[in-house]
Design a protein around this ligand. Sequence first.
Ligand code: AMP
Length: 113
Amino acid sequence: MTDCMFCKIERGEVPARIVYQDAELFAFDDLAPQAPTHILICPRRHFASLNEATTEDAATLGRMQLVGAQLAGERGIASGYRTVINNGRAAGQSVFHLHMHLLGGREFRWPPG
Ligand code: AMP
């Protein structure tokens, strides 16, 4: 997608601090971190949210979680972290290229806001 911010980051057209990438996924530090560790893990393939995902995306979606756990280990937050996908404006989604937040390094409350 030409005008998608995260597609532009994926193509290297917009700067970001890339912390992980492979053939399917890329991950970078959030511009406005909500915790000491706040990383966004994205599929390279553009789709807006889980609503557009198909069974062909199942492995990619699973790998997003596994990469989240790997990065949590590397960042020393494995004892407590969150992986979150906001789907739709009502859930707080503001960038419509599916991404999973990895948040850690502070105490979290439940239920989330
Ligand atoms: P969401 O509200 O779930 O769609 O999350 C979008 C996230 O993307 C927010 O946490 C923003 O701070 C973050 N964000 C938006 N633009 C950029 C950017 N250019 N680089 C890094 N993070 C960004």
